[in-house]
Ligand binder design. Structure first.
Ligand code: CA
Ligand code: CA
Length: 175
């Protein structure tokens, strides 16, 4: 958003500009957000998996807006490694996309790796990610896929500060 204000001052025109970044969520037509689907299985390293929030602490709903390396997201899942979330697709979608990373809310050096599993087969993995790493983008074809699982592992060094975000996690239907 850019706002401009102009005022005449002793015959001279001065312009003051101020810019603010606004986060506006506009759902795409026909797109299904994983955070709005029922989970068929769920496990999480600390409290429940959060929908459209970061993991926060142990209570449900105590997270923040998802944020990875300064980029904020309205939709997605906030988890704590080791975590696993499954949803049933029943072959009703064409493409799955997400951005992943460690949430900025952690105060220590969390380290997480992400995996997307379709019908038991690992379709995408990330290298080890830590807080401050820019979000990594994953996109896979899910045509005919029945079950999709999103797994975050602790990267082999324990789960401390491992707040693993699945941001803007969505499914585009078969057209
Ligand atoms: Ca929580
Ligand atoms: Ca770790």
């Amino acid at each position: 958003m850019t706002a401009r204000y102009s005022a005449g001052l002793k015959g001279k025109k001065r312009t003051v500009s101020e810019e603010h970044r606004l986060l506006v969520f506009v759902p795409q037509p026909g797109v299904a957000y994983v955070s709005e689907l029922p989970f068929t299985a769920e496990s999480n390293g600390c409290g429940p998996v959060e929908r459209d929030l970061s993991n926060g602490e142990r209570d449900s709903g105590d997270g923040n807006l998802l944020q990875i390396a300064g980029t904020r997201f309205y939709k997605g899942l906030g988890t704590h490694a080791s975590s696993s979330v499954s949803v049933r697709l029943d072959g009703g979608y064409k493409r799955f996309t997400t951005q992943v990373g460690v949430d900025d809310e952690v105060t220590g050096k969390g380290t997480v790796a992400f995996e997307v599993i379709a019908d038991g087969k690992v379709m995408a993995t990330t290298p080890l990610m830590t807080v401050g790493d820019r979000p990594a983008t994953i996109g896979i074809d899910v045509t005919a896929v029945q079950d999709l699982t999103l797994r975050a592992t602790d990267g082999g060094d324990g789960i401390s500060f491992d707040h693993a975000d699945w941001a803007n996690t969505r499914l585009v239907p078969t057209d």
